[in-house]
Design a protein. Structure first.
Length: 119
């Protein structure tokens, strides 16, 4: 059974930073998704683990960076200049090509980690 474990969530003030981590390996595409209260699940960032191509939703471009450490089998999401609207549960997910920000393309999910940004 696939196990994916996120860590690094927490509470910060607007303008602050957090780094999320997800222990997982062996998939062509890895992604970060988020779900705010009362909203649907949104693709935030994704990475092709072989080619290294990255994908971001418009609202996080220039603020968030997705990366991977193959040696540690770990996926990261560096979040800078956080805004209250970034508040959500963040999930890491894994799947096969083609990589995208559509959650339907990711069959494997972690349990989620809460990120809260206060104004």
């Amino acid at each position: 059974q696939v196990q994916m474990v996120e860590s690094g969530g927490g509470s910060v003030q607007a303008g602050g930073s957090l780094r999320l981590s997800c222990a997982a390996s062996g998939y062509n595409c890895m992604g970060w998704f988020r779900q705010a209260p009362g909203k649907g699940r949104e693709g935030v960032a994704a990475i092709s683990t072989t080619g290294g191509s990255t994908y971001y939703t418009d609202s996080v471009k220039g603020r968030f960076t997705i990366s991977q450490d193959s040696a540690k089998n770990t996926l990261y999401l560096q979040m800078n200049s956080l805004k209250p609207e970034d508040t959500a549960i963040y999930y890491c997910a894994a799947g096969a090509w083609p990589c995208s920000l559509r959650y339907e393309g990711y069959p494997y999910w972690g349990q989620g980690t809460q990120v809260t940004v206060s104004s």
